[in-house]
Design a protein around this ligand. Structure first.
Ligand code: 3EB
Length: 307
């Protein structure tokens, strides 16, 4: 069973993540148990480390840590307490915005959103769309000068807790869009009242690492290959290649490129694993059981690419 104590005792640990029910609880503000099960159970603990001393704390329901010019912030909101997903998202993003206003590390580079039951509800009442409405309302004009890279994935925890965490920096990154995909903030009305605000990727300030947003089989603004997980995965890999080109990165992924694959149906996990081993040999991909925010999408990838 993955235990966080050793990781958190290491100097320079900015954050540590456990995945799924098998991981333990810990009161350290830098520890987050993500409510997603891994098909590679037990998933290794994910560690964010910086080359500097780290300080950490809490402010209301926000948890944070900082060191070396980097800032980690996390918030978890119980939907029942908040009065539903839209209110939870509104509260969470307003709290994150308020907290960021107290910090010098004001450039939000990358955000992860994990949402229970993400596809429940029809049309504009779908929970993901309500989340988008609440997120935008809570943010106000906070990202008016540019969106961070992001992931929004559905978890299966019975407790409907909205989990959000982010990485920010003293220095600005460089947002990257994908020429094969309509920018998310320009998605047409059919995808909801409020377009999702995120960049397809973010080059870190030192231009040494690319943070890759949740990437699926979206071409233009449309979902491709409905019902076909293999074709969706192939289209996703084509999107990722186009993104690397757009970012000015060398083609392909390597053993230093930690990725996550979120797979909707457990029955697809084996096939997804086989295809990824064949198409991305040697690349460390953690296989997660998670729902993509459009119900027709069966698989999504995100992660990091080092230059
Ligand atoms: C897509 O391409 C897939 O709402 O923050 C990917 C990454 C997606 C982030 C978000 C949504 C978000 O539209 C969905």
């Amino acid at each position: 069973m993955a235990q966080p104590e050793v990781a958190l005792a290491e100097s320079g640990t900015l954050a540590a993540f456990g995945f799924g029910a098998g991981t333990s609880d810990n009161d350290d503000p830098r520890w987050l148990r993500v409510a997603l099960e891994s098909f590679d159970a037990p998933a290794p603990i994910e560690l964010w480390q910086v080359d500097a001393p780290v300080v950490c704390g809490r402010q209301n329901d926000v948890r944070w840590s900082a060191g070396g010019g980097w800032l980690f912030v996390a918030i978890e909101v119980d939907e029942q307490m908040a009065g539903g997903i839209e209110h939870a998202a509104h509260h969470a993003y307003a709290a994150l915005r308020q907290f960021m206003g107290t910090r010098n590390e004001r450039h939000v580079l990358r955000i992860w959103n994990y949402i229970g039951d993400i596809n429940r509800g029809d049309g504009d009442a779908e929970r993901y769309k309500q989340f988008c409405d609440g997120r935008a309302a809570g943010l106000g004009d906070f990202f008016a000068t540019g969106f961070p890279a992001a992931t929004a994935i559905g978890h299966h925890d019975r407790q409907r807790t909205l989990q959000i965490y982010l990485l920010a920096s003293l220095d600005a990154g460089q947002a990257v869009e994908n020429p094969r995909q309509t920018s998310a903030w320009r998605y047409p009305r059919q995808y909801g009242r409020t377009s999702p605000g995120f960049a397809r990727a973010m080059l870190m300030p030192a231009r040494d690492v690319l943070a890759i947003s949740g990437t699926a089989a979206v071409v233009g603004h449309a979902s491709a290959h409905e019902g076909n997980v293999e074709a969706q995965l192939s289209e996703t890999l084509t999107n990722l290649e186009a993104l690397l080109t757009s970012a000015g990165m060398p083609a392909g992924f390597d053993t230093h490129s930690p990725l996550k694959a979120y797979v909707r149906h457990a029955t697809d996990a084996g096939r997804v694993r086989d295809i990824l081993q064949q198409r991305l040999p040697g690349v460390p991909v953690l296989l997660m059981h998670g729902d993509v925010c459009r119900s027709e999408l069966l698989v999504e990838l995100d992660g990091w690419r080092y230059a």
